[in-house]
Design a protein around this ligand. Structure first.
Ligand code: CTP
Length: 428
């Protein structure tokens, strides 16, 4: 059951090799993968929907405008819910659509709408495979991060011999394993990539807080907030990749220190504030940490012993608000101060109120209610996040993305904001 828990979306294109996909589906199910299958209209001329549905153990999707399907699972969701999209057979036509961003049926729409890895198993006549147009499309798709398996050389259904045969199901299965293991993902839009390549934050200093804080009750117990630190650490890494000198002030987390980032480890909110202030001045401050709002007044020097029927009463005192303190730091206030607001209800309204109350420039709001699915089993953060960027000028919702991609996009936005501020300053 090597693929247990893996979600794969199979797109069956319209080629004679579609029959081999039945065997692929059977093998994927044997290995425990959970499948959704989409067939192009013409694929149904080669294999029946019924055979595919029986082997896949579920419904087969085919119609872009099916109201029934939309109410069950939206087409964007279908492409985002998967860990991997596999196109088999990938015809010359489907590859051309992918290369040019066309989306005129369900298969091509899903391929354009996805933010997940795509593996294609081409199958076509050898003249089509060797045609300069197909070669151009393949080159662009490879550049876009699309993974290929095959085609193989050999006798083809059309009677010719050469490259163009779809790989055998076992070879596609091995490629699926590799694809799921690899770090490849659909690259960021070109504008975002430019931000990484040109190192636009070179010469800038960025301070990020991440993780929870632990407020001791006694030497063995503490109060804490739920936070994995994944989003904060990803932001520190993304800012460093964009060329910034980054200081990450991290509460206790189970994550490695990001490469190229100066990481300061702290426990309490008071230590976090001191470490941030010591790291000033900076151009950008990003407060991602889930800082405990209170600490225990008079931490016990020794372990508090249980007393029968008399549970201890904890007196709490409010912790400093690090974000508000940095946003109101007089001369050494970073030019761009960014806060996060993890909310479970009225997400945008609460976030807007925080923007004003803490006097920061940006609030990045995310919904951590149980319905949002961001909090995993309710214990630790998942790898994905859906955030909305709120500034006094308006708001922008980003799609649900891997936290690393959220970080890269946020850093790109913050860079733009910093540049706009610098321009305003010179125009004054
Ligand atoms: N924050 C901070 N110091 C604190 C509390 C919060 O720096 N003592 C920062 C967080 O890092 C985050 C933002 O403030 O960037 C919002 O945190 P949140 O816990 O949502 O805000 P609170 O002020 O605690 O508001 P509330 O408890 O009313 O939701």
């Amino acid at each position: 059951m090597a693929l247990a828990g893996k979600r794969i979306l199979i797109i069956i294109g319209d080629g004679i090799a579609a029959y081999k996909v039945l065997d692929l589906i059977r093998r994927l199910r044997e290995q425990g993968a959970s499948l959704h299958v989409v067939m192009t209209t013409a694929a149904k001329q080669f294999v029946t929907e019924l055979s595919v549905a029986s082997l896949a153990g579920g419904k087969v999707f085919g119609d872009l405008f099916s109201l029934m399907d939309e109410t069950e699972i939206g087409h964007i969701q279908l492409s985002r819910d998967a860990d991997l999209l596999v196109v088999a057979p990938a015809t010359a036509d489907l590859l051309a659509k992918m290369a040019h961003g066309l989306a005129n049926d369900l298969a091509s729409t899903l391929l354009l709408a996805t933010d997940k890895k795509i593996l294609v198993a081409p199958a076509m006549n050898l003249r089509m495979w060797l045609h300069p147009a197909t070669l151009r499309n393949i080159a662009s798709l490879r550049e876009d991060g699309v993974l290929f398996v095959g085609p193989e050389e050999g006798d083809m259904a059309c009677g010719e011999t050469g490259p163009g045969r779809m790989s055998e199901p076992t070879a596609i299965l091995a490629a699926i394993d590799r694809a799921l293991d690899s770090e490849t993902s659909i690259p960021l839009p070109a504008t975002m990539r430019k931000h990484q390549e040109t190192r636009p934050l070179a010469g800038r200093r960025v301070i990020v807080t991440s993780g929870p804080t632990h407020e001791p009750i006694d030497p063995v117990r503490y109060i804490a907030n739920r936070s994995s630190g994944k989003q904060g650490h990803a932001l520190a890494a993304a800012a460093a990749e964009a060329g910034a000198e980054v200081v990450l002030v991290s509460g206790p987390v189970a994550l490695p220190d990001p490469a190229g980032v100066e990481t300061k480890h702290v426990e309490t909110a008071a230590e976090m504030l001191a470490a941030v202030e010591a790291a000033l001045p900076a151009d950008i401050f990003i407060g991602v940490a889930a800082v405990a709002d209170w600490r225990v007044a008079g931490t016990a020097a020794d372990k508090i012993k249980k007393q029968k029927n008399t549970p201890p009463v904890l007196a709490l005192v409010e912790n400093p608000d690090i974000l508000a303190a940095i946003a109101q730091h007089g001369m050494s206030r970073p030019r761009l101060v960014v806060g996060f607001a993890a909310e479970t209800e009225d997400v945008l309204a609460h976030a807007q109120a925080k923007l004003a109350r803490k006097r920061c420039d940006v609030i990045v709001a995310n919904d951590v209610s149980l319905q949002s699915g961001v909090m995993g089993s309710g214990v630790m953060g998942k790898d994905e996040n859906q955030v909305t960027i709120i500034t006094p000028a308006g708001m922008e919702a980003l799609p649900r993305l891997h936290k690393y991609e959220v970080a890269t996009r946020l850093v790109a936005r913050f860079t733009d904001m910093l540049e706009a501020m610098a321009e305003d300053h010179t125009n004054e």
